[in-house]
Design a protein around this ligand. Sequence first.
Ligand SMILES: [Cu+2]
Length: 69
Amino acid sequence: MSDATEAHYVVAGMTCQHCVHAVQSELAAVPGVADVQVDLDTKQVVVQGTSLDDAVLRAAITEAGYAAA
Ligand SMILES: [Cu+2]
């Protein structure tokens, strides 16, 4: 897949597995997203997929109630 992309964010405010699932499910609902990995300790979120739109991904994180840095 030539248009496969990966986006990295640091999402503040995630404190437990519930937060992780909230962020994951919002991001997974974005078109083109194939995989979402969240590291609760480092607050790192890695999104993999095709033709990912940074603004849309950030909006999804905001929608989940968190802020992407
Ligand atoms: Cu939580």
